[in-house]
Structure formats: C-alpha cells, structure tokens
Design a protein around this ligand. Structure first.
Ligand SMILES: [Zn+2]
Ligand SMILES: [Zn+2]
Ligand SMILES: [Zn+2]
Length: 470
C-alpha cells in the first residue's frame, strides 16, 4: 500500500515515525504520484492553502486528485479553507497513529476511484470542467456551497475552488455547464442576485426618483389624521417635539387612535419631485455598472451530485461539446479519418500534378474560457462558432478538430490567395463573436501549407505548435 506524505511549513510536528517527512520547500509534486495521501500543515494556513492549490492545479489526475488532509488548529482559519481539504487532523490528537490509520482506510476508497480513471491524454487533463467532474466523481459526496464575503460570486464550493487558477471566476459557470450536460445534478439551496455584467454577488439596491433618476432622496413617514382626514409627511406635523395637524391645529397623541402612518413619502433633493412610488436601481460593487433589479442575474445556488452519465464521462472522458456540435453541423470528421483523407489528397495531387490544395491549421485559445465563463451559454457560442466555420468552408473541404482547440482543414482545389481570403474571413468572424460580443480575450493563430508530395501531417501540427507556443 502507498504511504502518506506529511508536509510542514516548519519541521513536521508529530508524525508516526515511519512516515516520510518533507518541508514545503522540498515538495515536488511529481513525488505525489506514489503516496496515498498528503498532509499539509495549517500552522500558517495561507501557506497550507497555497500548497493545496498547487496540487489541485496540476494536470496529472494522479496528482491533482490526490487526497489532502490539513493538520492544525482551526482557529482563525476561514471556513472555506478548512473545508477545502479532504479532512482535518487536530494537532493535539494524542492517539496520532490510530487516527492516521483510520484516515488511510477512508482515503484509500478515493484512491481506488482515482485508479479507475482512464488516462485521456498524455498531456493530462487540461479542461477545467473535466477536472471538476473528476474531483466530484472521486470524492463520492454531495458538493455544498457556503456563502462567503471573500468571493465576488458570494458562494464557494470549498473543495472545488482550489482547482481554479483565477480565484474569482468560473466555479458557478462551470457547474452550470456540467449540469446542463446532465453530468451532475443540482438541488436547490437558495436564490441569489448577481451582476449581469460580471457575476459579482455584491449589489447595492437603492430607491430613485422616477422623474430624474436621482438617488438623493429624503424619505419620511406619511401621516393620516383621522379627525380631519388630512394626509401629509411627518415634517408637516412636526412642531418641536410635538405633532400638530397643519390643517386643524389639533395635537396628535396616540397612534391608532388619533392618527396612523399610512405609508412613506419621498422628496427628491435634486428636482423637488414628491412621490410615493420610487423606482429601484441596483449597482455592482465590483464593476460599478448600474441597472434595474429585473435585469440582474438571478441564480439558483445548488448542491451538486454526480449522475451516472457524469460518472461514465469522468472515467472514460468527456466528448467535447464543441466537437459534437461541429460534427453534426459542419460535418467535422475524426482525426483518424482526416489523416486518411490527407494521404489520399497527397496521392491525388502527386498523380495529377496540376492540382493545388492547401492544409490549414488553426488554433483558438479561448475554448476553455468559453466553458468556464459562459456556462450554459457555451452551447449558443459553440453554435455560432460552427456557423462561422460552415460559412467559410465549402462542402468539398474537409474539416477536423484536435484536442478541442486545434482545427484542421483541407481546402481542396484552392489556390493560396483564395485560401488566405477564406481564412481571413473566418478569423474576423470568430474574433468579432468572441471579442466584440462577449468581451473575451481571444487569439486566432493559423498557418496555411500547400499540400504536396512528402508533407507529413503530424510533423506540420508539431511545427505549428512549436511556432505558436504560448
Ligand atoms: Zn428627481
Ligand atoms: Zn387635522
Ligand atoms: Zn458587476
């Protein structure tokens, strides 16, 4: 059986004697592959949490899914940090060895599930939605959100948060996306407003003047004098400490007997308008944009469980949504079929000599971002992306997708200038869609190669990736 590994920001406290001990500075993530679980010292919780994030941001499933325990006192440690690990060992535990062995048994179940996952790519799991799905699958529990003022989204899923490289965006959207694909299922916890522009949960709600939209209002109670039926603002009645009716000059003594407070009245300090029904506006504490409450996002905050479909996808790989859409709409073909056609095209060109066809390799670096920032709306964007490809390609062109972000096209019987033109139009349309409409940073990189005798497809892709390395 694999042994646990203790990591301490200082020298380790009290580990069982046979246990490997290391300091954080020595922690080499690759070593984690061989251990059964990792114990991170919480005596400086920021350092401990940082280490957990380092582990979770790795791409190798044997590393990023590794069970991690925190060891230390929970005082002064934020709840979302405490709950981010797979468990906590108290430092004052006297029967340390017994506790360790009980943890070993419990965490071994997670390791068995990790061992059951298929290695999808030699480069590891880079898609964040897929990593989230795999973490959910191996933990076999319900994922509950907790409210927090330390996150702009207002809610945190403590054990999922460390998977995300940017601290503030993406978790809710990624979960929404997975739920939409029926890979996880959500149960209602609460409903929350979020900024429609940036998703921030911290919104200010305030009354405004219906005439001039100013929020500089003076609001007072509206008083109804029963005896003479006069209705007016409290300031109309106020004389020193007393309330005197301005119409009949009688003193108002007992609420419910002499008078009641019917409602409130607003005075606009900007345009002097007096009104009872004010408008309501909201403003975002993060991006400062203002809009009416009905235009803001209303989200269901949910707990999540994995579905049977999700378990299957976590173990064997998730077909990319974009790929599925492209296959049905633009008739993208598998990479293997593409390689075959590519060989045939070379043979055809060699035989007829006069033929001119071109190979296009195109890379779009925004795909992961689309999943994590758009959630449910990814499908719509992918539909539009596929429309862009459809418009740029003819039915005689062949098209395939590699690793979600690399697109391959054979433009048959197309001279270079026509190929350039078609790809330039495609690029402009993609950039317009992602940058102008969705305000996303996006880069389209592409190369066009003539298809001729001796050209090797895999070499060209490799060369392309080297030339366009991040
Ligand atoms: Zn006004
Ligand atoms: Zn009166
Ligand atoms: Zn905002």
């Amino acid at each position: 059986m694999r042994e646990p590994l203790c990591i301490s920001s200082k020298r380790m406290l009290t580990c069982p004697p046979e246990m490997s001990v290391s300091t954080i500075q020595d922690l080499n993530l690759v070593d984690l592959e061989a251990v059964s679980f990792l114990i991170l010292d919480l005596s400086d919780w920021q350092v401990g949490y940082q280490q957990l994030r380092r582990v979770r941001s790795h791409v190798n499933p044997d590393i990023y899914l590794k069970p991690v325990l925190f060891r230390g006192s929970s005082e002064a440690v934020p709840r979302e940090v405490l709950q981010a690990s797979d468990g906590i060992i108290r430092p004052d535990e006297t029967e340390v060895e017994i506790e360790f062995s009980s943890w070993s048994a419990r965490l071994e179940a997670i390791n068995v599930r990790i061992d059951g996952l298929k290695k999808i790519s030699k480069d590891g799991d880079s898609n964040i939605a897929f990593k989230v799905l795999r973490l959910i699958e191996t933990r076999n529990k319900e994922f509950k959100p907790i409210p927090s003022a330390r996150k702009l989204s207002g809610h945190i899923y403590p054990s999922l948060q460390p998977l995300f490289p940017k601290q503030d965006i993406g978790v809710l959207e990624t979960l929404e996306f997975l739920e939409n694909q029926k890979l996880i299922t959500g149960q209602f916890v609460s409903r929350a407003y979020g900024c429609t522009h940036c998703g921030c949960a911290f919104l200010n709600f305030f009354e405004i003047c219906p005439d001039c939209n100013s929020s500089d209002l003076y609001t007072e109670e509206l008083i109804h004098h029963f005896r003479c039926a006069y209705v007016g603002g409290k300031s109309d009645y106020k004389q020193g400490q007393e309330l005197i009716c301005p119409k009949c000059d009688r003193a108002l003594k007992h609420i419910g007997v002499d008078y009641d407070k019917a409602s409130v009245v607003h005075h606009c300090n900007n345009c002097s308008n007096v009104f009872q029904e004010s408008g309501v506006m909201t403003s975002c504490y993060d991006c400062w944009r203002e809009t009416k409450p009905e235009n803001q996002l209303i989200r269901d905050i949910q707990t999540y469980n994995i579905t049977a479909l999700g378990q299957n996808a976590a173990r064997h790989g998730m077909d990319s949504l974009l790929q599925t859409i492209l296959e049905t709409k633009v008739y993208a073909i598998s990479f293997d079929a593409f390689k075959n056609f590519f060989r045939l095209e070379i043979a055809r060109i060699e035989r007829y000599k006069v033929s001119i066809s071109h190979l296009v390799i195109l890379r779009l670096d925004a795909i992961d971002q689309i999943y994590s920032t758009l959630g449910k709306r990814s499908r719509q964007v992918f539909d539009e992306l596929s429309e862009a490809f459809k418009a740029a390609l003819r039915t005689s062109d062949l098209f395939s997708v590699r690793d979600e972000t690399i697109f391959l096209v054979i433009l048959t019987e197309t001279p270079l200038d026509k190929a350039e033109l078609a790809m330039k139009r495609l690029e402009e349309r993609i950039i317009a869609l992602l940058t102008a409409n969705l305000k996303m940073e996006c880069r389209v990189e592409r190369e066009i190669y003539p298809i001729e005798a001796g050209i090797d497809l895999e070499n060209k892709i490799e060369l392309f990736l080297q030339t366009h390395a991040d």
